[in-house]
Design a protein around this ligand. Structure first.
Ligand code: FAE
Length: 537
């Protein structure tokens, strides 16, 4: 990663002091837009995830005063227990977004429910249920970067060309993927350390089993600082990845967006972030400006104020669910009536399937397991069942004899959203049957791995006896697909100066973990929009 510049440092300082003081406005200069009802900001970015963070940084660098509105909280300062985020194995209210119980992806062990009661609070991980599909998303300054597994994977070029054929792949692979990887601080595990450390014993075991069945494995780059992890194992620094931390946030070691893009964006002096601000409604005035209805939330999720806020340039970076819902609501309640039929289409879960295998008693996975995966089984070139399976930890702090995987499969099925007036929300239409191709693909490969190693599947991990869990996704993609709901640079059809900048642009699949693709695409799009659309001064 490039050395931290003075501006970047100023951004980090602003985040830290806002967190320490419990402020919901974060800026390096006095806030550019006043918060009164009817205030106007030249550019507004909704959300603070990958697409949003890229967009705000580049707008800020171009001198455009930009306001970011994030419904979650700022997670940058330790609470009374000395931790910013909830411990993973004994979760508290910080773990989940406005829930009375945790809702973990691994629901059970030996069929015993591993979830626990928590106080309802604006925590960092949300699970949004839509019948046969539940979607996990991050809430807070940094969006998904706060809760994700940090795997930073650039998709195979041939597959990228297939999913987004109209995007110039030479440009993406020559300019924007390298730019994204550099700015995100992507690094790779030292292979020598990997072979000898305790923390990846589980990955080495899964690799041995995969190789025995004739599969290829590959290291997975990460935005978790592997040097920090090495020092965790050496006992030199406080543990995070090696203290089982992952989906409820990492207290150390992770280069989440608040450490990278967002700190740099704040450092430009042109970007302000407001937290606990949920955008509900978008209208367009006769003069072409956009007006947002914004709910101010308290930490229990109650609406404590409601304001109107105007902007000339509006960027939606609220994620696949969030941005899609905003535009569907706008179309179907008539505030942006010219939005087309493509809004809400082309959604997919990136073919996610989770599964566990039971190991022989002599095959130990280790009691210390890094929460950050570093290895994947790469069968993406399989002509019948392309699968990229990350070798996931099961970091319980005791030996469980389980090998866990999150498989990304190539599932051609797509879901769609409709607006439900009764609940004023978007409903995803995705059936269990649509998830079947993913299960068939995962089964084809893991049956082979089991056969080669004389092992069996676990039946006790997902609340019932199923082996393959595809009723949730970590990777929601699509809803506002590039080239259909928007033009080829994320400009929403029919509405000048309205842009989509996040995972909703990608039509349902990337073949790998998606945040590098989302980041690179956002870099490409904002460069064009800045050059062609944005008036300065
Ligand atoms: P996202 O990061 O979801 O950010 C959207 C932001 O908008 C959030 O902060 C929301 O709170 C906010 N928001 C939503 N609605 C509103 C509204 N109405 N008003 C104001 N704010 C709003 O968007 N991907 C990888 O590549 N590698 C991994 O290892 C990986 N692991 C994952 C593990 C977990 C547990 C999860 C949940 C996800 C994982 N992902 C991983 C997926 C990745 O985090 C996700 O694709 C990106 O975060 C999506 O980026 P977006 O910019 O689309």
């Amino acid at each position: 990663m490039a050395p931290v510049s003075r501006r970047h440092f100023l951004g980090l300082a602003a985040l830290n002091s806002a967190a320490a003081l419990g402020l919901t406005t974060i800026a390096t200069r006095p806030a550019t837009a006043a918060e009164s009802d009817g205030a106007f900001s030249p550019a507004v970015v909704v959300g603070t995830g990958y697409g949003a963070a890229v967009t705000a940084l580049r707008l800020g660098q171009a001198g455009v005063p930009t306001l970011m509105l994030e419904m979650g909280q700022l997670w940058d300062t330790p609470a009374e227990d000395g931790r910013t985020f909830s411990p993973m194995l004994s979760p508290d209210r910080r773990s989940m977004w406005l829930k009375d119980r945790t809702e973990m992806p691994l629901a059970s062990f030996l069929w015993l429910d591993i979830n626990r009661r928590i106080e309802r609070y604006a925590g960092v991980l949300d699970r949004v249920d839509h019948g046969d599909m539940s979607v996990y998303v991050g809430r807070g300054v940094g969006g998904g970067s706060l809760v994700n597994g940090a795997m930073a994977v650039t998709p195979k070029r041939w597959y990228f060309e297939e999913i987004l054929p109209e995007v110039d792949a030479d440009e993406m692979y020559g300019v924007y993927f390298p730019r994204a990887n550099a700015a995100l601080g992507v690094n790779s595990v030292d292979p020598g350390w990997f072979e000898t450390c305790d923390s990846y014993r589980y990955a080495r075991l899964s690799r041995r089993h995969a190789h025995k069945a004739g599969y290829r494995t590959t290291f997975v780059p990460s935005v978790y600082d592997f040097d920090y992890m090495r020092r965790e194992e050496a006992g030199e620094v406080p543990r995070s990845a090696l203290a089982s931390e992952v989906i409820f946030g990492n207290n150390h070691g992770k280069r989440s967006l608040d450490r990278t893009y967002l700190a740099a964006a704040l450092g430009t002096g042109n970007v302000t972030i407001r937290t606990l601000r949920e955008v509900r409604e978008i209208r367009r005035a006769g003069d072409g400006t956009y007006w947002l209805t914004v709910n101010e939330l308290d930490q229990a999720g109650n609406v404590v104020a409601r304001r109107q806020l105007g902007t000339r340039y509006l960027f939606l970076g609220a994620g696949s669910l969030g941005s899609t819902e905003l535009l569907l609501r706008a179309r179907d309640t008539g505030t942006l009536p010219d939005l087309g039929e493509e809004i809400g289409r082309g959604w997919g879960p990136n073919g996610n399937v989770m599964l566990g295998r039971a190991n022989h008693a002599w095959d130990l996975t280790g009691i210390t397991q890094s929460g950050m995966p570093a290895l994947g089984i790469d069968a993406w070139d399989d002509p019948e069942h392309p699968v990229f399976a990350e070798i996931a930890p099961m970091p319980a702090g005791v030996e469980l004899w389980v090998s866990l995987y999150l498989a990304i499969t190539r599932n051609p099925e797509r879901g769609h959203f409709t607006y439900d007036a009764a609940t004023d929300s978007a409903r995803l239409h995705w059936t269990a049957g649509q998830g079947e191709p993913s299960i068939r693909a995962a089964k084809a490969h893991f049956d082979r791995i089991n056969r080669a190693n004389g092992t069996i599947y676990r039946h006790d991990l997902f609340g019932d006896t199923r082996v393959f869990e595809n009723r949730f996704t970590y990777h929601p993609l699509g809803g506002l697909a590039l080239g259909t709901a928007t033009d080829l640079y994320g400009r929403v059809h029919g509405y000048p100066n309205l842009y989509v900048t996040d995972g909703s642009l990608i039509p349902g699949s990337t073949g790998v973990n998606p945040f590098v693709t989302i980041t690179a695409l956002a870099e490409r799009n904002i460069e064009r929009v800045l050059a062609e659309d944005i008036r300065r001064g």
